[in-house]
Design a protein around this ligand. Sequence first.
Ligand code: HEC
Length: 281
Amino acid sequence: MLIRILARIFPRILLLVILLGFETARVSATERVLTLSFGGEPRRLTAAALLARPDVASLAVPDDVSYHRAMTYRAVPLLGLIEGAASGGLDTIEARASDGFVSLVPASLVKKGASGGAVAWIAVEDPAAPWPNLPGKDSGAGPFYLVWTHPERSNIGAEQWPYALEALTGVDDPVRRWPQLAVDAALPEGAPERRGQAAFLKNCMPCHMLNGAGNAEVGPDLGRPLNVTKYMTPFGIKAVIRDPKAVRTWPQQQMTGFDKANLPDADVEAIIAFLTHMASR
Ligand code: HEC
């Protein structure tokens, strides 16, 4: 009798043990880290390590750009994380997300947080208290998310709130890094192409490359093989920027539009002038 009972439950116990083994292997394989590379050896920080820092704070974000509502986070000031580099000649912080989104945040913006500007924080998802899914997505903004308090003080745009962060890297100025982004040096100071270059770097480069410049992997290169101004009209490009779904729709469509508050008409016109200029370079 006992042997029969044992024989019946043993395969189940075995199965349970195997499943538990898989589960722990899966968790440790996907234990997520934030890699910081600012000269010297890269630092790989886990959520636990970040949440144990003395400068971790409880942060209220009244108008979260990705969740479209008020959120509260445990967060570490970005300036505290990159202290040494920030006091040196750091130019740009490349914030790379796991979905191929890459925001290039000028270090000057982050440093201004210490003197009355918007303050950048790395919000850290506690694995024991996961964040909700983002609206319309099947994942949340974790494990790490760059958020800002008082974003209006430094005109922080929606593309400067990268979520699902996996790496922050100190890099050179984008136009020095990718000389093909440069506009004609003969263009006057206030030329729309110059304004367009800056607006493109801030708003479009996180998803799009241009003539091979940049390293985002979300949308197509807008310069190669054919520059977008050669096959879309300025009217069409403007319409895509404002609301891609007003131009064409399909289920896997990813780009979201920019409203006037986020990207004024003058910036949209300037981006189109810049893209047109790039077609002839
Ligand atoms: C969050 C990522 C993201 C951002 C930011 C973004 N785009 Fe896009 N864009 C895409 C993706 C992805 C596509 C491909 C179509 C799709 O899935 O929506 C696309 C398509 C386009 C197209 C159509 C190209 C073609 O050949 O069909 C244009 C034009 C365009 N984007 C311009 C811009 C401009 C200009 C900006 C900056 C103001 C911008 N995009 C910002 C993701 C983005």
